[in-house]
Design a protein around this ligand. Structure first.
Ligand SMILES: Cc1cc2nc3c(=O)[nH]c(=O)nc-3n(C[C@H](O)[C@H](O)[C@H](O)COP(=O)(O)OP(=O)(O)OC[C@H]3O[C@@H](n4cnc5c(N)ncnc54)[C@H](O)[C@@H]3O)c2cc1C
Length: 400
């Protein structure tokens, strides 16, 4: 039996990893520190990923996508994040939260019209679920949509924390946003949510503000979006009225897996930095890696990194994009890997002393970026809740 590497299960996956790693070294790494420091999103760099076929990585080839699987998505997010998690987050918001959602849930007309534009990078996409008063409590949303006599929908409300919500410093909105809105209640009084494609230029759609002074992920733009009597054509309703939960649940699994992949990239890079530093740095006439307390940081970080890598790629190999039902592990990997990444980055800062505390040595940026992964796309607490709920329904998952 040959050695098996679940992170590169085929020759194609390995080639993809090598290609993305090389491209990242050449194009992402040199700009990472500056864009974090200046809180600037590198729009042109994201657009250029269209030429590599990565913006529509999971979208069907007939619409300009690459038609690749969950392992491929995981590889790309890991590699980008090992260099620049903020840029990787902007990529995730575009390719996973918008493109993948549309590819798997949109109508034929919507896919034919919009997918080629977002796969090429001509258009930048975003996904708007969170609101100022509703995050974890998704059904507590207040953005609402009412259908008019002429068939169009009137959208009102505000969305908060939207990655790629604006794409520059002038407050230019994303070209297209996947928006969840309340469209009524069902016969049992439960909130009914529907999904709308809001495009730049539609009356009433604007950026409220770009959010500055974030702890991390500063190389991605985060914005508040305003929908003020925004008129959305009937053709921009995704699927049927009230279908949002289906869209959300399927897409969230891939979102959480790829957020965990970002954590893996952070963990890998931080470990690599601390390992090299521990050889080069001499104290008391010895490389610091000879001190038992330093060995504990490195040894424990290696074990955490390998555990997250194994769990993440095991989940990726078993996740079929476009289906739901794998939440136990998509929540599990995000719960474990995000905190592990933060801890590894923290260990790296400790091992690197004063150097670890400044931007030039990268790890303080990774540490700040890692924190967001414990909040965005679902908080740690929401994953704990989901896992416990799923194990109540299917306790046998433990013994399988
Ligand atoms: C940089 C950044 C980028 C983001 N990008 C996007 C994006 O592109 N699109 C988008 O829609 N959203 C985005 N978000 C929003 C993100 O998904 C939310 O911040 C997250 O879901 C948490 O929601 P909240 O901030 O409203 O916190 P809350 O939901 O108010 O949570 C506050 C605290 O209460 C806890 N809590 C809440 N309910 C429970 C419960 N039932 N049991 C136990 N504890 C609970 C939470 O775990 C948390 O600790 C982004 C956020 C940030 C910071």
């Amino acid at each position: 039996m040959t050695n098996m590497d679940i992170a590169n299960p085929s020759e194609e996956h390995l080639m993809l990893r090598e290609m993305v790693r090389e491209w990242t070294q050449e194009n992402v790494e040199p700009q990472a520190h500056e864009h974090d420091r200046d809180e600037k999103f590198n729009l042109e760099l994201l657009r250029s990923m269209g030429e590599l076929g990565l913006l529509g990585i999971s979208a069907p080839e007939e619409y300009g996508g690459a038609g690749l699987d969950a392992v491929a998505c995981t590889i790309v997010h890991e590699e980008l994040s090992a260099s620049d998690p903020g840029f990787a987050l902007a990529y995730l918001a575009h390719s996973m939260l918008f493109v993948n959602n549309l590819a798997y849930n949109g109508t034929e007309e919507q896919k034919a019209r919009i997918l080629p534009k977002v796969c090429s990078g001509e258009w930048i996409g975003a996904m708007a679920m969170s609101e100022p008063d509703a995050g974890t409590d998704v059904l507590g949303l207040s953005t609402n949509a009412v259908q008019q006599d002429d068939g169009t929908w009137l959208l009102n409300g505000r969305k908060m924390w939207i990655t790629n919500g604006c794409i520059d410093e002038e407050g230019t909105p994303a070209d297209v946003v996947w928006v969840y809105a309340k469209t009524g209640e069902d016969e049992r009084g439960r909130v009914q949510m529907s999904t709308f494609l809001v495009e730049a230029g539609m009356p009433g759609y604007s950026v409220g503000q770009k959010i500055y002074d974030k702890t991390g992920m500063r190389a991605s733009n985060t914005a508040e979006l305003v929908f003020d009597d925004c008129i959305v054509p009937e053709a921009n309703l995704v699927g049927d009225v009230g279908q949002s939960l289906l869209h959300m649940m399927g897409n969230l699994e891939l979102e959480r897996l790829t957020l965990a992949a970002m954590a893996l990239g952070i963990g890998r890079r931080a470990l690599d930095e601390m390992n090299r530093y521990a050889t080069d740095r001499v104290a008391f006439k010895s490389p610091i890696r000879e001190f038992g307390q330093i060995q504990r940081y490195i040894g424990e970080s290696w074990a955490k990194y390998r555990a997250m890598r194994a769990y993440i790629y095991d989940t990726a190999n078993n996740l079929t994009i476009g289906t739901s039902g794998q939440r136990l592990d998509s929540d599990g990997v995000k719960l474990f890997a995000t905190t592990a990444a933060k801890e590894i980055a923290d260990a790296a800062m400790q091992v690197m002393g004063g150097d670890g505390y400044v931007g030039e040595y990268h790890v303080e940026r990774l540490w700040r970026d890692a924190k967001l992964l414990e909040i965005g796309g679902g908080t740690l607490e929401s994953h704990q809740k989901n896992i416990t709920r799923d194990l109540f329904k299917d306790g046998e998952a433990i013994n399988r």
